[in-house]
Write a protein that binds this ligand. Structure first.
Ligand SMILES: CC(=O)N[C@H]1[C@@H](OP(=O)(O)OP(=O)(O)OC[C@H]2O[C@@H](n3ccc(=O)[nH]c3=O)[C@H](O)[C@@H]2O)O[C@H](CO)[C@@H](O)[C@@H]1O
Ligand SMILES: C=C(OP(=O)(O)O)C(=O)O
Length: 430
């Protein structure tokens, strides 16, 4: 275990024992600067997609730097349900052997309902392997509607037929899959991955316009290229994919998790600490680093990672809008807002990607923060990203002293921000 987490875990365990909490609780005793070194893990937003890609190969794939997260467990179980042998030859490594891929039963698949959003990406690979894909109802963070209409429209353009009479989704391709011309209404990460994972083995050429170009997408393209795919990334968010008949397995180390890196950076700022994040990559964090610097944080980019620290003095308020890459990522606004509670003055954060991503601010307000969420955004604030219908704004006034909320009340609010009960996940709009 690395220095920061080892210290935290030990302190938390002691604090937990004092207040009589069980081992699966997280207890944080605040008021101390976080100092030390931590290694960032492989990206959550790449690892599971690379796992799905293994289904497309004729030979086993080896994925390295796989994070220990529940999505990886869910995708392993889903692969297992379709006959892919998933083993771990070494810590952080997964060997994925798709040689015995076979049809599954809806009951087996439905057991995974509501646990992750990744199963939707099994559609293309399963159609290529089996001519049929059974997908459980999706889960994922509870941050808005999260429809899958772009995915379904793209699959239909490839020639797939969607059957919605199931609790989840059944999709078939009786005439095989053909390359298509697709333009996404919004550069969706998931829908871009759906197109890539389907087009690589579809007959002919696929042109994808308005594609997402996040670093994790580029890493997935690298995985697919290692497998034998032919993918051209052109200017203006356009990607051409030339379908091939056969793909092999890959060996790949996942790109590092830029969201985890940004979270540690914000933790260094808010605790007036000093954290070296091993493996953090400047190229993938450029926009975050600009904002971090404007708030008053200091950083030093080194070959093996980035050191983030609070250089002393007051932090400054900022105005930020989330956006698709290369803009300020929507996943960064939560750790940033935590840091902004300690800035002197009024900050404004506009969320433009999801319609309900400020749920966590209730927890911060309970701890003493001053954050007001404007559900329809703020027209008075000059904007860089064009207004979207679903946008909201959080106005953060600081600095405020934050203290621990009464024991137990936070856990339920925090949990509701990241997972939804199955009843609310049913009936995903397609
Ligand atoms: C596992 C993973 O990689 N998750 C990331 C991925 O989520 P995910 O791939 O789900 O996010 P998308 O980029 O698809 O979503 C962006 C926007 O498009 C909308 N949309 C999307 C698909 C669709 O069919 N219809 C539709 O309307 C969504 O509701 C949202 O408003 O990208 C998000 C945006 O960078 C990140 O916050 C998530 O961490
Ligand atoms: C939205 C997120 O994840 P997912 O897409 O896996 O729900 C997230 O991690 O912020």
């Amino acid at each position: 275990m690395d220095t920061v987490t080892a210290g935290l875990a030990k302190d938390a365990q002691k604090a937990g024992e004092r207040v009589g909490l069980k081992a699966d609780s997280i207890v944080i005793e605040g008021g101390k600067p976080l100092r030390g070194r931590i290694e960032v893990r492989g990206a959550k937003n790449l690892a599971t997609k690379a796992m799905v890609a293994s289904l497309l190969g004729d030979t086993p794939s080896l994925l390295q730097d796989v994070p220990e997260i529940s999505d990886v467990d869910v995708v392993s179980r889903m692969l297992d349900a379709y006959g892919v042998a998933v083993t771990s030859p070494a810590p952080g490594e997964l060997l994925l052997d798709p040689v015995n891929v076979a049809r599954s039963h809806f009951e087996t698949i439905d057991a995974l309902a509501g646990s992750s959003r990744i199963p939707i990406l099994f559609c293309g690979p399963l159609l290529h392997r089996l001519g049929e894909a059974l997908i459980p109802d999706l889960g994922g963070c509870r941050i808005g509607d999260r429809p899958i209409d772009f995915h379904m429209d793209a699959l239909r353009a490839f020639g797939a037929i969607v059957d919605k009479s199931y609790e989840g989704i059944r999709i078939t391709a009786p005439d095989g899959l053909r390359g298509a011309n697709i333009e996404l209404p919004f550069p969706s990460v998931g829908a871009t991955e759906q197109v890539l994972l389907t087009a690589v083995k579809a007959k002919g050429v696929t042109e994808l316009k308005n594609a997402a170009i996040e670093p994790e997408i580029m890493d997935l393209i690298a995985v697919l290229q290692k497998m034998g795919a032919i993918i051209w990334t052109e200017a203006n968010r356009t990607i051409f994919i030339e379908g091939v008949d056969q793909l092999s397995g890959y060996t790949h180390r996942a790109i590092s998790d830029r969201n985890e890196a940004a979270s540690w950076a914000a933790a260094a700022l808010v605790t007036r600490g000093d954290i070296f994040v091993g493996g953090a990559k400047q190229q993938d964090l450029m926009t975050f680093l600009n904002v971090f610097r404007k708030v008053g944080g200091a950083f030093d980019v080194r070959e093996d990672g980035i050191r983030f620290w609070h250089p002393g003095g007051a932090l400054k308020p900022v105005q930020v809008e989330t956006d698709v890459h290369p803009g300020f990522m929507t996943d960064w606004q939560q750790p940033l807002i935590v840091a902004l509670t300690q800035a002197e003055g009024v900050s404004v954060v506009h969320e433009t990607v999801y319609e309900n991503r400020f749920g966590f601010t209730d927890a911060l307000n309970d701890m003493g923060a001053d954050i007001v969420v404007h559900r329809d955004g703020l027209e008075s604030v000059t904007r860089r990203v064009p207004r979207r219908k679903l946008e909201q704004a959080a106005v953060v006034t600081g600095p405020t002293r934050c203290t621990a909320p009464r024991c137990g009340c936070r856990t339920s609010a925090a949990a509701s921000a990241t997972s939804s009960p199955p009843s609310q996940r049913r009936g995903v709009r397609a």
